[in-house]
Design a protein around this ligand. Sequence first.
Ligand code: RIB
Ligand code: CA
Length: 321
Amino acid sequence: MQRIFIDTDPGVDDALALLLAMKSPELHVEAITTVSGNVHVEQATQNLLTILGLLDIADYPFIAKGEAKPLVKPLVKAEHVHGEDGLGNISKLLNPDGNPRYPNATCEISSMSGVDLILETVERYPNELVLVALGPLTNISKAVQKDAKLMQKLQSIVLMGGVFSEYGNVTTTAEFNVYVDPHAAHEVFNSGVPVHIAPLDVTHQVKLTGERLETEIEARNDKISSFLKDSTQACMEFYRQNVGFYGLHIHDALPIGMLTHPQFFQSVSAFVQVETEGHLTSGMTVADLRQTYHASTPNASIYTEVDAEAFLNHFFHRIFS
Ligand code: RIB
Ligand code: CA
C-alpha cells in the first residue's frame, strides 16, 4: 500500500483524480490540502468536501486549507474552464426537497495550515510518503522553505504540470499550474526531492469525450455517474468552443494512474528548470534530456507517453467500483 498526500485546486479534473485515488486499493490517501488555482482556496476547500461527500467512507483523510495566493505573482484562476464554483456550477443544483444535490462530507477541516499538515505528515511517515500535486505548487514550495531538510524525507513528488514539446494552455509557453506560481515550481524542482511530472504532453493524449462519458453512464443511476455528468458539462462546452472537441482532458487523473499502473506509461529522465521572469515565457518549463552534461544532473522524470485507451478503461472501472 502506497501512502500518498494530495494537494489540489478542485477543479473538475481534480475531482476525477480525487475519486480515482480514493477508489484505488493500492493507495492510502493520508491527507489532502487545498490551494488557490482553478478557484480561490476557500471555494476549493468547499469543493473538496463536496467531492468527499460522494464517497461512503468511514475514515476521511486529514484535510487542511492551504495558501490563498502564489508566492510572488497575482492569482490567476480558471473559472471560465471549470465554472464559477470550480465544479461545473453543481453547487446550484438542488433536489426536489430544496436540499443540495451534492451535499458536503461532514468531515473536519484541520485548524492547521496546509503547509504545516504537509510537514507533519512527512514527519509521521518518513521515506514512505508520495506527495501528489494537482494544482499550483504554492503549498509545497512553502513547506520546502519552512523545513527543506524534513521535506527530503518525501519519497517523491508526483505532479501534473508543465509542458515541453507542445503549446501551453495559458500562454504559448506555459501550462496553468506552473504559470500560476512559477516561483513555487522553481523551488520544488530545486528542492532535491525526486519529481515525476505529468505534463500537457502526456495528459493531452487522454481525451474524455462527451460521447464516451455518455456511453459509460447511460445504464447507471448512482451518485458518481450523476456527478460525472453534472460536473463536466460546463468544462466540455468550453472545450467544444475553445479546444475543438466536446469533452475534456482528465489531466489530474494521470498522476494517480502513474502510481498505480506505471505499465501504462513511458518516461524519460531530465534536468527541468522553470522560467519565472520572462515576459513571453513566465511559467515555461525547460528540460535538458542530456544525462551526462556537466552543468546539469537529472532532477525529474518526465512522463511522455500513455496507453490512453487502457488508462481510460481503468479509470472508469475504478471510478464505478
Ligand atoms: O493545466 C491543467 C491543470 O491546471 C490541471 O491541474 C487543472 O486542474 C488546472 O489546475
Ligand atoms: Ca488541478
